[in-house]
Write a protein that binds this ligand. Structure first.
Ligand code: GRF
Length: 191
């Protein structure tokens, strides 16, 4: 199975998925697309011999026009799965429709136990709300912000006294193990 990754940032999840794909032989990461030129994920892709493409968002370009460029770029790689890993833009209905029609599945990881704390800062929002436990969620992507059907969740407690930075770092490490684990189950139809 071919996986295309969309990411905007550091790319620790993308890296974990590239490593897992290589080691398991269950999938091939065919490309990493980023909307941020400086994103570290592009360097990580390069180091794994995976094509890393920066797709530039022009100032006056609409979301629809931008996603159309993504559609064209992605089509070249013919992915079976589109995996969002820290991709910070909302995908348009057209984008989702095009891939849904051709049987491509689009999934995301979100740093909270959805439906709690959707949005840009799941760990921060959970931390500030003073919850005793939080977690991360892998879900199908729909037109909404973190509203798609939930595939799997991992719960972990907040450690009393830990800083937000410590909590985030811990959460990210958990994500890095959880995302490949769930992808493996999805690809082998155990989920
Ligand atoms: C992760 O916390 C992910 O859940 C969220 O953005 C972060 C991306 O981290 N959507 P990385 O770029 O994979 O290191």
């Amino acid at each position: 199975k071919k996986i295309a990754i969309l990411a905007s940032g550091s790319g620790s999840n993308a890296e974990a998925i590239m490593k897992w794909a290589k080691a398991s032989g269950l999938a091939e990461v065919v490309c990493v697309l980023s909307d941020k030129r400086e994103a570290r994920v592009l360097e990580r892709a390069f180091n794994h011999n995976v094509p890393g493409l920066y797709v530039r968002k022009k100032k006056l370009e609409s979301r629809e026009e931008y996603d159309q460029k993504l559609i064209v770029r992605l089509a070249d790689f013919n992915p079976d799965w589109i995996v969002l890993a820290g991709y910070m833009k909302l995908l348009t209905p057209k984008f989702l429709h095009v891939f849904r029609e051709s049987g491509v599945r689009v999934i995301n990881i979100h740093p909270s136990l959805l439906p709690l704390f959707p949005g840009l800062d799941g760990y921060g929002d959970a931390y500030r709300a003073g919850v005793k436990e939080s977690g991360c969620t892998i879900h199908y992507v729909d037109e909404g912000m973190d509203t798609g059907e939930i595939i799997a969740q991992k719960t972990f407690p907040l450690i009393p006294g830990e800083t937000l930075e410590e909590f985030k770092a811990r959460g990210l490490l958990i994500e890095n193990a959880f995302y490949p684990e769930i992808l493996e189950k999805l690809l082998t139809q155990l989920l």
